[in-house]
Design a protein around this ligand. Structure first.
Ligand SMILES: CC(C)(COP(=O)(O)OP(=O)(O)OC[C@H]1O[C@@H](n2cnc3c(N)ncnc32)[C@H](O)[C@@H]1OP(=O)(O)O)[C@@H](O)C(=O)NCCC(=O)NCCS
Length: 199
């Protein structure tokens, strides 16, 4: 990776991670709730102990990141309990100006209920700045995630990607994720993949 280095995501990385995620996923639901919302959400993910992440730094700046969870359902429950008011503070003005987002918010928090044959763990979100893509950063981040999940005793996990997100679909397939099926979320088709450490 040359001058790039990978390290465990700390809470100090969250503003840069939220910024990268917003840039990468313009028009998607969660980024539409604003940078403040994402910063609190990802901060509470890390604080919960259920989620963890890694960043790739280039000259000290975040070039790519990944966030995984050991148990997404439990994570969402903890985050709603601990951050309902601050998340609401950031989300409500946007929800009121675009009421269609309310249904999407409900879908987001009921999303872990959609069944998967893989366990409770999940690769929740990842992204590489466009200038750094196809340089192996994503692969390195998934390797780091796998190491951490294994260390925590996880045997398999899932990841989802919009069907139309051809880069992400190709990326997961190339890393050995197995396509499990599709489902609808936010009025779009999504694909579910699983990864098993001992197939
Ligand atoms: C998906 C994403 C994270 C991949 O990150 P990356 O750092 O570019 O990935 P890598 O360089 O490690 O790619 C590893 C392999 O995946 C495959 N791959 C990655 N991007 C691909 C693309 N656009 N088309 C086809 N294959 C691709 C290739 O096999 C690649 O190996 P190669 O470059 O030696 O051929 C990146 O494209 C991204 O940030 N997309 C926008 C955000 C997003 O969709 N996140 C995932 C959903 S949360």
């Amino acid at each position: 990776m040359g001058e790039l280095c990978i390290q465990k995501m700390g809470r100090e990385h969250i503003p840069a991670v939220a910024c990268l995620d917003r840039e990468n996923r313009r028009g998607d639901f969660l980024p539409a709730l604003g940078g403040g919302f994402l910063r609190i959400l990802y901060d509470r993910f890390l604080a919960s102990g259920e989620a963890f992440g890694f960043v790739v730094l280039e000259k000290g700046r975040v070039a790519a990141f990944i966030i995984g969870s050991e148990d997404t359902r439990l994570l969402f429950r903890k985050v709603i309990r601990s951050a309902f008011i601050p998340l609401g503070f950031h989300a409500v003005p946007r929800l009121l100006s675009r009421p269609t987002l309310i249904k999407k918010l409900w879908e987001t928090f009921s999303y872990p209920e959609k069944g998967s044959s893989a366990g409770k763990a999940e690769l929740m979100v990842m992204g590489t700045y466009s200038a750094f893509r196809r340089r192996g950063l994503g692969r390195e981040l998934v390797t780091a995630l796998n190491r951490e999940l294994s260390r925590r005793g996880v045997v398999d996990y899932q990841v989802t990607a919009k069907d139309k997100n051809s880069s992400a679909n190709a990326f997961y397939r190339s890393l050995g994720f197995v396509y499990e099926g599709s489902f609808r979320l936010y009025n779009e088709s999504w694909n579910r993949f699983s990864y098993c450490f001992h197939p």
